[in-house]
Write a protein that binds this ligand. Structure first.
Ligand SMILES: [Zn+2]
Length: 293
């Protein structure tokens, strides 16, 4: 078993010392585990011996790895305990990829095989796009609680989040997930950002909350993996808002404001306010995150 001299992980835990050498050993083992399982959620990207107090990717990776065998990952690795023992198994282990995540519910409405992720770096696991156990207002997942306000911030009603938010930095390049044709551009999508629509062979993607810098014009052919835009500035949190539609016959009328807002948020009654062929992008993003542009 790999030898660490103190605890590694969550900096608010008083037992955690995060000695440089220990952190480096853990990061190196996490990288091996990510490579040998094919699970990018375990990959801290940098093995630099450093864990910063806030938003540490290494801590997210520790928790993701602990999810393999712990019900409630605590993000702390203690010497001679289970997590370091399990991680050490990857020191010299042969390559055995994790099984792909189970696909829940009916078969996916459109074939998304062979496509790539729309960003070069997927968001870290703690900002993941899958719905957590409980609905929450700031969720980034498909179907999360959203509301519309008037000019004075008064809530007019509730709706469902029609896409998945991939949190990243302002200006981050956005890449086409597949070949396609540039569709209509939405100039005022949200808080002064735009939205790029691309008609791909099996589905339409609306890449939302972009800057207004135009890389292509409507009707231009697009190749898979080409940069088509960049993440815009909606305010505090910047993201690619990613929507998918299954009907490729038209890329117009994706937003449908004739669907009424509801007075309260309801899983059953609240509407997406989108065209009826809107689909959940999460299983596709799961599939594509191991194929980066
Ligand atoms: Zn969004």
């Amino acid at each position: 078993m790999a030898k660490i001299n103190g605890c590694v992980g969550v900096t608010t835990n008083p037992n955690v010392t995060n000695y440089w050498q220990d952190v480096y050993i853990v990061q190196s083992l996490l990288k091996k585990a990510a490579k040998k399982t094919g699970n990018a959620d375990y990959d801290p990207i940098l093995a630099d011996g450093i864990i910063l107090p806030f938003m540490s990717r290494t801590v997210s990776c520790i928790k993701a790895f602990q999810g393999r065998f712990m019900g409630t990952p605590d993000g702390v690795i203690s010497p001679n305990k289970t997590t370091i023992a399990k991680l050490s198994e990857f020191e010299d282990a042969p390559v055995t990829p994790d099984p792909p995540p189970p696909i829940e519910g009916p078969a996916l409405p459109v074939d998304g095989s062979g496509c790539n992720f729309p960003l070069r770096v997927p968001p870290p696991p703690h900002k993941h796009w899958r719905k957590p156990k409980n609905y929450n207002a700031r969720g980034r997942y498909f179907g999360a609680v959203r509301w519309s306000t008037d000019g004075n911030g008064v809530i007019l009603g509730y709706r469902k989040h029609a896409g998945v938010d991939l949190i990243t930095a302002f200006g981050t390049p956005i890449y086409a997930v597949a070949d396609g044709t540039m569709g209509p551009y939405v100039r005022n999508f949200r808080n002064g950002t735009g939205a790029i629509t691309v008609i791909h062979p099996n589905f339409i993607v609306r890449y939302g909350e972009t800057t207004h810098r135009a890389f292509f014009k409507e009707g231009d052919p697009i190749e898979q993996g080409q940069q088509i835009g960049e993440v815009g500035d909606v305010g505090k949190t910047r993201m690619l808002h990613f929507e998918m539609y299954s009907d490729t016959s038209s890329a117009r009328g994706l937003t449908d404001t004739s669907q009424k807002l509801t007075d309260e948020f309801s899983r059953k009654l609240s509407k997406f306010r989108r065209r009826k062929d809107l689909i959940d992008p999460s299983p596709y993003l799961d599939m594509w995150k191991s194929n980066l542009p």
